[in-house]
Design a protein around this ligand. Structure first.
Ligand SMILES: *[C@@H]1O[C@H](CO)[C@@H](O)[C@H](O)[C@H]1NC(C)=O
Ligand SMILES: *[C@@H]1O[C@H](CO)[C@@H](O)[C@H](O)[C@H]1NC(C)=O
Ligand SMILES: *[C@@H]1O[C@H](CO)[C@@H](O)[C@H](O)[C@H]1NC(C)=O
Ligand SMILES: *[C@@H]1O[C@H](CO)[C@@H](O)[C@H](O)[C@H]1NC(C)=O
Length: 769
């Protein structure tokens, strides 16, 4: 994608060219039953298999018509009654502006949508059911806007499933964090919600909307030092590819049945993925079975053209030959005719891309007559956009994503009765746009944390303390300290904003910007009670100073919590909601980044070069807060109840006596499935307040040699427990998937000997015979 600013520019410049934003009465569609000419076409017959309809349509197109369809902006083919289609629409955590498909989503019609928390915060809930419901609500709103004639496509370009590999990454906020399994589950549930469980729908495979997993693969650097995503070559080992970078994309395709993958700008091991036949065709389409299309990131083919020494035709040819189907941009539209003329591509290459494209448009129901008269999604009205249930869900998501990082002497929750006056301090307390993060749309409502807290304590005074998150102007530490010292309690809203972390912009350090730390420390020093620090940021910050300062009683992290972030934070502070979120990424100390160039893609530590490794799976050093960390107002205990087997015989798998390793070729094979077993964990809430408790199941090996992770998340779920209540949680363990590890060559093997299943401080041993 372009940067946020570029998107806005594009958005407004296009607005200028469509002065009346003429709203039709509904969305355009092909195969109008009142048009007798189209009625005879096989591609209009809904009873025929999609493959046959697509084949028929493509066979009717002239070569120029075919080439016209290769970009994200596909013009109409009036001769056949096929309207224009815009492939690029954004929906990362709510319908968003930015893509060309949402150009008419503006003032003269519906111009709002439910804004769910930025993905990194939603991920902190560790609640798959929530992710499904969010996807479902967003696709309902997309259909509502579409049915109102304000969207020109239903292909939504999310989720972003790249791993949050480096804490500086400006787009880490868009992702579900640093763990491949966690991302995979997030993606699967979100896609199912967006697509309307299409894969359960049998032969028709109808789509509510189409989801797209980006950026395939190993894309996670924007602009750092002299490195830029437009030219960066990510050097990735076979081992890291197998167990870290690829699993989320594989799950997108195999578990979520995503109908699109997007290839990125950067190169991977010297080759741009948009031009890599191995990635796009052999792996995604043939091995994983992608049933959909591959899009390029916007202008990535143009960028690729700059990288290949040859002609612009060469980039077109390379992309089409590799298996790319939709060029977000105009490169293919401009250069495919001459590439064809020079015999660099054949018409069959173009036809393949078009078949994949039109199959999606048909599965979306756009070739079956008036979409408004269709049973399933035709009746979704504009009243569904910002429906109360969706807004309630945005609040629930914000609540579930809040992570309590410190709570000395149970200073939280605050009691309404005991807080007669409140100081609210900080540049993030009263700025609604900061709550939303990037890939944003216009929220249904916005209530800042300051607004929300005023509803709890009428004597609330506000001092920003500095003008913005950069906190290097308008500094008013004395004023803030003075107000703080005169009131009962102090809540500080600090952290980051898109000024520090965003697309095309990585952070240069891990500290709170400018004078934020000074402001917090000076306010804490003079406050009557220990202060409460609320961090709004996507990426992690080194707040060691706050962790150790006894005058800072509590720390909360709320990510960018979306439109309901203000009320959610207030509910947590005043004990109306018991926080249960867990960090989806490691919070490193500030010196970590001096040991790790952002351009080094290696996940594994290397003692020879003092490279410390990345993420909780490989980094052994100190953390500010570890992956999976998060307190609550309750106290929970965990106990393994039973495990069917403590010695595991891996019958049916091939083993070599020499290496004592079981080799796995197909995790989904029958042999593998026969080995699955169940383990049960008992969880008890010892607190006096009900709560939602994510339960994370990890695996560890006896040691972390030979590239074995220190530990590895293998499953999780979330239980709701009343005060004093106990519940049993069952996990299905699949040895091929969960006990295996990747070798240096990128093969999956299972070690013989000990393995340990872990939940918090408890573990049990499983021996592989
Ligand atoms: C594109 O150019 C590269 C480098 O010159 C060359 O190796 C490759 O064969 C060309 N590809 C096509 C499809 O023409
Ligand atoms: C809110 O924050 C954004 C992002 O930093 C900034 O661009 C905007 O100017 C701020 N708005 C106000 C009213 O301070
Ligand atoms: C929570 O439980 C742990 C372990 O049982 C105990 O040490 C701790 O004091 C308990 N804390 C509270 C607040 O009950
Ligand atoms: C580490 O664990 C593996 C797998 O269980 C085992 O084969 C190996 O001997 C262990 N190495 C050391 C140094 O303990």
């Amino acid at each position: 994608m372009r940067t946020h600013r570029e998107n806005l520019l594009l958005f407004f410049s296009l607005l200028a060219f469509s002065p009346l934003l003429a709203l039709s009465s509904g969305p355009p569609y092909s195969c109008d039953p009142s048009d007798s000419s189209t009625q005879t076409y096989a591609f209009c017959k809904a009873s025929l298999p999609i493959e046959q309809r697509v084949q028929d349509l493509v066979s009717r197109l002239t070569i120029n018509e075919k080439i016209s369809q290769l970009g994200d902006d596909s013009p109409a083919i009036p001769r056949l009654g096929v309207p224009a289609f815009k492939w690029w629409t954004e929906a990362l955590h709510g319908m968003a502006y930015g893509g060309k498909g949402s150009i008419h989503w503006s003032f003269s019609g519906i111009f709002k949508a439910t804004s769910f928390p930025q993905v990194i915060a939603t991920a902190a809930s560790f609640n798959p059911e929530l992710w499904y419901k969010i996807g479902e609500a967003i696709s309902t709103e997309a259909r509502g806007i579409y049915n109102n004639g304000q969207l020109e496509g239903l292909t939504l370009w999310g989720p972003n499933v790249n791993l949050f590999r480096d804490p500086r990454w400006g787009r880490g906020q868009e992702t579900p964090g640093e763990d491949p399994l966690h991302i995979s589950k997030y993606a699967t549930m979100y896609i199912r919600g967006l697509q309307g469980d299409s894969f359960e729908g049998g032969q028709a495979k109808a789509l509510k909307t189409s989801a797209c997993c980006k950026h395939f693969t190993a894309y996670d650097l924007e602009k750092w030092g002299s490195a830029s995503r437009y030219s960066f070559n990510a050097v990735v080992t076979a081992q890291d590819l197998e167990d870290t970078f690829q699993p989320p994309f594989k799950s997108c395709v195999q578990d979520g049945h995503a109908t699109c993958l997007m290839c990125p700008f950067n190169r991977v091991n010297g080759v741009a993925p948009c031009g890599d036949y191995n990635f796009l065709t052999k792996i995604a389409k043939e091995q994983w079975g992608l049933d959909g299309y591959i899009a390029s990131d916007c202008d990535a083919v143009g960028v690729m053209a700059g990288m290949y020494a040859g002609t612009p035709e060469n980039a077109s040819a390379v992309a089409l030959k590799a298996g790319m189907d939709v060029d977000c941009g105009t490169h293919l539209q401009k250069y495919s005719a001459s590439a064809l003329g020079k015999n660099m591509i054949t018409e069959a290459d173009i036809d393949r891309a078009l078949r994949n494209q039109f199959a999606i448009r048909m599965r979306l129901g756009l070739f079956d007559g008036n979409p408004l008269q269709q049973q399933k999604y035709g009746s979704i009205g504009k009243d569904q956009v910002c429906a109360k249930e969706h807004q309630d869900l945005a609040l629930q998501a914000a609540l579930e994503g809040i992570v309590l990082l410190k709570n000395t002497d149970n200073i939280l929750p605050l009691s309404k009765a005991k807080v007669s006056s409140l100081a609210v301090i900080g540049p993030n307390a009263n700025n609604a746009s900061i709550l939303i993060g990037n890939y944003q749309g216009p929220p249904c409502v916005s209530v800042t944390p300051l607004d929300a807290l005023r509803n709890y304590v009428s004597d609330t005074k506000y001092v920003a303390g500095c003008s913005n998150t950069a906190c290097n102007s308008g500094i008013a530490i004395n004023q803030a300290a003075q107000v703080a010292s005169s009131l009962d309690y102090v809540v500080l809203f600090m952290g980051l904003s898109l000024d520090q972390e965003r697309e095309d912009f990585d952070r240069s350090d891990l500290l709170l910007p400018g004078s934020q730390q000074d402001l917090i420390t000076n306010v804490a020093k003079v406050a009557k009670n220990p202060v409460i620090l609320v961090l709004l940021c996507g990426g992690p910050v080194d707040v060691s100073f706050a962790k150790t300062n006894p005058k800072i009683g509590a720390i909360l992290w709320a990510g960018y919590p979306g439109q309901a972030g203000g009320p959610a934070i207030a509910q947590v502070l005043f004990g109306e909601y018991n926080p249960g979120g867990k960090l989806p990424m490691t919070w490193y100390p500030k010196d970590y980044i001096t040991q790790v160039p952002m351009t080094n893609m290696n996940m594994r530590a290397d003692s020879a070069t003092k490279y410390p490794g990345r993420t909780y799976r490989f980094y052994q050093g100190e953390t500010v807060f570890p992956f999976g960390y998060g307190l609550s107002y309750s106290n929970y205990s965990h106990e393994f109840v039973s495990t069917a087997k403590t010695t595991l015989k891996l019958q049916g798998l091939k083993t070599s006596l020499a290496t004592k390793l079981y080799e796995i070729n197909q995790i989904r094979s029958k042999e593998c499935q026969n080995l699955n077993f169940k383990t049960t964990v008992k969880v008890t809430n010892h607190g006096s307040i009900e709560g939602r408790k994510p339960v994370l199941l990890f695996l560890r090996w006896p040691n972390a040699t030979n590239g074995r992770p220190r530990k590895q998340l293998i499953d999780f779920t979330s239980v709701h427990l009343k005060a004093g209540e106990t519940a049993q949680v069952g996990f299905a363990v699949s040895p091929c998937e969960h006990l295996s590890r990747a070798t240096k060559e990128g093969k999956r093997v299972i070690d013989t000997g000990s393995h340990f299943l872990m939940v918090e401080e408890k573990e049990i041993e499983i021996t592989v015979a």
